[in-house]
Design a protein around this ligand. Structure first.
Ligand code: DGP
Length: 112
């Protein structure tokens, strides 16, 4: 499949990795919106949150168990935000499920 994040997951396109295991990868966003801006993706292709089902519960749980570890390692003591844009109205630009970790400054509360 011609998917940018599948290629990053496979190591075919380089990325600044911050965490990797058998099922997920975290790497720095190429266009950071905050001092710390990391993307967490499953290695297997899932298009977005809209495609998640109960079958993905363990994977999503794993992602959300690793996110706090990354936050500690990145020194995000003041907090952080998790964002997952889903579909065109949300501005999703890469159609492979990803969770943004944003932190390192006081973030704007603007939501829309
Ligand atoms: P979204 O707009 O929510 O689909 O987020 C996609 C993010 O992916 C966006 O913040 C920029 C980032 N991105 C796009 N291409 C690359 C890339 O080749 N490498 C990295 N590290 N990040 C990328």
């Amino acid at each position: 499949m011609d998917c940018l994040f599948c290629k990053i997951a496979a190591g075919e396109i380089p990325s600044a990795k911050v965490y990797e295991d058998e099922t997920i990868l975290a790497f720095r966003d190429i266009n950071p919106q905050a001092p710390t801006h990391i993307l967490v993706i499953p290695k297997a292709h899932i298009g977005s949150v809209a495609e998640l089902t109960e079958a993905n519960a363990a994977l999503v749980g794993h992602i959300f168990a690793v996110i706090p570890e990354i936050a500690v390692r990145e020194g995000l003591t003041g907090g952080f935000r998790i964002v997952s844009n889903c579909g065109p109205d949300a501005g999703q630009s890469v159609p492979h499920l990803h969770f943004h970790i944003l932190g390192g400054k006081e973030l704007s509360l603007e939501m829309a």
